[in-house]
Design a protein around this ligand. Structure first.
Ligand code: PLP
Length: 387
């Protein structure tokens, strides 16, 4: 049997926690009722969804479980939040503000408002650490601004945004604040009340839950327009029979984090720092992207001197990692996040994203460091191919 690679791509996706899987299994087999059915099978499914809603609400510090709407993932949650909130506030001709480093799901939803609803959109730039200045958000607002969407933690460079300071600007003006929190919720870093956000997008597969399920937190009292209509599921905000097994797995994955039943962020940060120190010491000229402290504990984005990250990873099949965001891989285009923080095209191509998580061991770190250092040194000695 082939040895599996050392998995350092937890920002792309995480393995399903065994406890989440076990909770899901009955709902894939014997408990197959439709939660909308008025009989005992339906009631069992409906109860399981209610429990998961409570588990999600607890994870993110929501006031009550009715503030959670299940979706197919963070992509759908972003679309529901952005289109739903903007169109509820103003059917056409409004203005929205976002940042230059958002996930493509957010940028695409904003673009739909521009292309189909007569909206204008301002993309605010970030500093060299990938952080947006709240004063720049304030400066971008116009009398027509109905929504600001700023991600909590970046999926490529891990930088955390100052959402509480941004909420202090948007809330008094009655502007809705949305955050894409797909990357931060699993670290237990998201508290929607502390941050003052109105909407937050979540994804189960980023926090050891199953794929194909996510959620949108909608602050009580905020009205948004449904984007998928039909049945009355999810308070009419997301029609369609809910994916009960996945929702149950998502709930358990969330509860494990809330109950500290999994290794802490300190555990993850210690391993990330160990890998960072070893690589920086052994590969001179390597730089770390993202904020030195205000970044996700498991994120390590490195630009290596004169080395193509894709080439490096091709030569190390024993490591599963990314050259940037998984979404950009294969497009050939340099990542919009890396260019937004000022990296040149060459520096962006030399960028490697290693993401560590609670399942990463010290042995994984030491073996991965050795493989990367050895391969980088080989590539540094190899003259580049003539064009
Ligand atoms: C920041 C961010 N937003 C949204 C998504 C999309 O999430 P999903 O796969 O649940 O649609 C991702 C996943 O890559 C992400 O990292």
């Amino acid at each position: 049997m082939n040895t599996p690679p050392i998995y350092l791509d937890h920002q792309a996706t995480t393995p399903l926690d065994q406890r989440a899987l076990e909770a899901m299994l009955p709902f894939l087999t014997s408990e197959y009722g439709n939660p909308s059915s008025p009989h005992s099978c339906g009631r069992t499914a409906a109860r399981a969804i209610r429990t998961a809603r409570q588990q999600l609400a607890q994870l993110i510090g929501a006031k009550n479980e009715m503030e959670i709407v299940f979706t197919s993932g963070a992509t759908e949650a972003n679309h529901l939040a952005i289109l739903g909130a903007a169109l509820a506030a103003r059917p056409t001709g409004g203005h929205i503000v976002t940042t230059a480093i958002e996930h493509k799901a957010v940028l695409a939803a904003c673009q739909r408002l521009v292309d189909h609803h007569g909206y204008t959109c301002t993309r605010v730039g970030v500093d060299a650490y990938g952080r947006v200045r709240p004063t720049d958000i304030a400066a971008a607002l116009t009398p027509n601004t109905v929504l600001v969407s700023v991600m909590h933690a970046n999926n490529e460079i891990g930088s955390l945004q100052q959402l509480a300071a941004i909420a202090e600007i948007t809330t008094p003006r009655g502007i809705v604040l949305h955050t894409d929190a797909a990357q931060s919720a699993g670290c237990g870093l998201l508290d929607v009340l502390d941050l003052g956000v109105d909407l937050a997008s979540l994804s189960a597969h980023k926090l050891h839950g199953p794929k194909g399920i996510g959620a949108l937190y909608i602050r009580s009292g905020l009205h948004i327009t449904a984007q998928q209509t039909g049945g009355a599921q999810e308070r009419g905000l997301r029609a369609g029979t809910p994916n009960v097994p996945a929702i149950v797995g998502f709930g358990v994955a969330a509860q494990l984090i809330t109950n500290h039943a999994v290794p802490s962020t300190t555990f993850i940060r210690t391993r990330r720092d160990r890998l960072e120190c070893r690589l920086l010491a052994a590969i001179p000229g390597t730089t770390v992207n993202g904020h030195p402290h205000q970044r996700l504990p498991g994120n390590l984005s490195l630009s290596l001197p004169g080395i193509e990250a894709a080439d490096l990873l091709d030569r190390i099949p024993g490591i599963a990692a990314s050259t940037g965001s998984a979404c950009n891989t294969g497009s050939g285009e340099p990542s919009h996040v890396l260019t937004a923080i000022g990296l040149t095209r060459d520096q962006a191509r030399a960028t490697l994203r290693l993401s560590i998580d609670r399942t990463t061991t010290d042995t994984d770190i030491d073996q991965a460091a050795e493989l990367i250092i050895h391969t980088a040194h080989t590539l540094m000695r190899t003259p580049p191919k003539a064009a």
